[in-house]
Design a protein around this ligand. Sequence first.
Ligand SMILES: NC(=O)c1ccc[n+]([C@@H]2O[C@H](COP(=O)([O-])OP(=O)(O)OC[C@H]3O[C@@H](n4cnc5c(N)ncnc54)[C@H](O)[C@@H]3O)[C@@H](O)[C@H]2O)c1
Ligand SMILES: [Zn+2]
Ligand SMILES: [Zn+2]
Length: 393
Amino acid sequence: MRALTWRGQHDVRVEDHPDPQIQEPTDAIIRVTSSAICGSDLHLYDFLGPFIDDGSILGHEPMGIVEEVGSEVSHIKRGDRVVIPFNISCGHCFMCRNGLFAQCETTQQTENGTGAALFGYTRLYGSVPGGQAEYLRVPQAHFGPIPVPEGPPDDRFLFLSDVLPTAWQAVAYAEIPQGGTVAVLGLGPIGQMSARIARHHGARVIAVDMVPERLEMARRHGIEVIDRNEVDDLGDAIRDMTQGRGPDSVIDAVGMEAEGSPGAHLAQRMTRFLPDAAAAPLMERAGIDRLAALKDAFDIVRRGGTVSIIGVYVGSQDPLPMMQLFDKGVQLRMGQAHVKRWIDDLMPLLTDDSDPLGTEDLTTHRLSLDEAPRGYEMFQKKQDGAIKVVLQA
Ligand SMILES: NC(=O)c1ccc[n+]([C@@H]2O[C@H](COP(=O)([O-])OP(=O)(O)OC[C@H]3O[C@@H](n4cnc5c(N)ncnc54)[C@H](O)[C@@H]3O)[C@@H](O)[C@H]2O)c1
Ligand SMILES: [Zn+2]
Ligand SMILES: [Zn+2]
């Protein structure tokens, strides 16, 4: 089969790989019909090289048609239309029973000290081949795959793999009081959907980005927006809009930016000359994060408010403004999305023909798998108005 293959920094190629086979009775094989590129893939594309093996297949936002199931998979069968959650969870361990699917103890990567295995996401998360491919082997398929109805186009359901449950969790963790206000930092796909979901729940939403078409997309979904480049002090600008207090909640949907910080770039240049085993710890210590958005979040949130961090941060030595956090009494929530936990909340909105979350207005580019390398470049450089790129069979 053909699959999008990681070959190095800014170097992904579509190459031939053996077709995946059922290996465990709990596996399934799906034929991928749509597979999205995520902001998290940009971290791999750009600077997580020391954590990923040359030749890895990327992608964790796939959907498709079931080709084959193992003997212990009974909720789906050949020919069913399914969406695959990005985290691989068993459904029956302690963590799964508590809805903490991103911490599944059956697939947890104990030797790395990380949570549940993820599709297409580095050695830290199990080196599981990803879904930007013609076919995908789905481990723990007795639990993971989400059956979806025939009819609407793939886009209606595709984002159940990551963007929608992630955004739903961001909003849930933001604990916005009834009639309250939330600021959403970052208007990539995660920020767009967090803003729409918060608004759907009745909150006032003020969203921040600096890319004109991303601001425009939010605006047309009824979100108030601030262009980060047009205000001197974001905190003051938002306080001015919120009775001087700041919003009840802030969602950080930026995370470590694909561009990284100047320090990260230095560490990254140095690691290029080291073998991976030496480079990985250096990258971790250097802290490849840019904390600008997170620091904004702490500044903006009102006293006693909640910050929900859904953007990914991975460094281990990031200085945080602990004094400010403590003094303001801020509540912090964060983590990988527990995808399956939010599906029952989302599904009625997706099967509603009025499409209240506007799922069909997120994808800006539909490309074939063969065009995936261009899709990565375009998404990373925000060229041609790219907001969400979907690879279609
Ligand atoms: N927690 C999870 O389970 C989970 C799941 C999916 C994605 N993510 C993470 O969410 C983040 C966003 O993903 P995405 O696909 O929307 O990515 P993206 O790169 O498209 O979006 C990031 C947006 O932030 C904007 N931005 C950059 N710096 C900013 C700043 N200082 N203030 C305001 N906006 C700023 C960018 O212009 C961009 O529009 C990434 O870190 C991704 O890894 C987390
Ligand atoms: Zn994703
Ligand atoms: Zn589990």
